[in-house]
Ligand binder design. Structure first.
Ligand code: URA
Ligand code: SF4
Length: 216
């Protein structure tokens, strides 16, 4: 019964989609979070980057990738020769999921469940149908699964250029996904947590270089 579809308007207007997403109640995650963090970027973009879900900073500011993971991602994009101002940034899940270990303590990120990702997916499909990118970069397993289907291991996909599968549900709803390719890489938060942070960062940049080459 968790499903964003009743809240998703039939439109390719990103502003209208974003306004509607602000009052989505498609799964229980809206209740504890501050606000919906919808995608951000140009209304048409050749490149879309998909993360997992907003973090603490994104939840408070209402914008994707404005925290530490976003800073690392932007640095990696620049190093790979990709222009961040022409890219659209979004997440597989639009509300921050967290636990508070003790009252008054810092909020700790919690991975969204498959049900929550599936519930939220119609927003991602609507964004892709509106933005119509050539290339979609999936940052981590949740995004990879939302775009390519699961079960999913980043290591089985990373660095490849795979076709974005047609979405039957979207077609029923009258939206059509673009003929885009999907490139899977690690999530920037995983780079921040990695024991070999430099190595993980270099791996992210190497994958993003594949994206840069694909976009010419
Ligand atoms: N991590 C994500 O996946 N998305 C954000 O917007 C920020 C951090
Ligand atoms: Fe709706 Fe997605 Fe938020 Fe769940 S996480 S309430 S489906 S926008």
């Amino acid at each position: 019964e968790h499903d964003a579809r009743p809240y998703v308007p039939h439109t390719a207007d990103l502003d209208e989609l974003g306004r509607a997403a602000a009052s989505c109640r498609g799964c229980p995650l809206y209740a504890a979070a501050t606000q919906t963090v919808f995608g951000a970027g140009p209304r048409r973009a050749r490149l879309v980057l998909v993360g997992e879900q907003p973090g603490d900073r994104e939840d408070r500011e209402g914008e994707p990738f404005v925290g530490p993971a976003g800073a690392l991602l932007r640095r990696a994009l620049a190093e790979a020769g990709l222009d961040e101002s022409s890219a659209y940034f979004t997440n597989a899940v639009k509300h921050f999921k967290f636990t508070v270990p003790e009252p008054g303590k810092r909020r700790i990120h919690k991975a969204p469940s498959l049900r929550e990702m599936t519930a939220c997916r119609p927003w991602l499909v609507a964004e892709l149908a509106a933005v119509r990118p050539l290339l979609v970069v999936a940052l981590g397993a949740t995004a990879g699964r939302a775009l390519l289907g699961g079960p999913f291991r980043v290591g089985d996909h990373r660095g490849l250029l795979e076709p974005l599968p047609a979405d039957d549900a979207a077609r029923r709803d009258g939206a059509s996904l673009p003929e885009a390719r999907v490139l899977v890489t690690v999530h920037p938060s995983a780079v921040l947590r990695a024991r070999d942070r430099d190595g993980a960062y270099r791996g992210l940049v190497a994958d993003l270089r594949v994206a840069a080459r694909a976009l010419g």
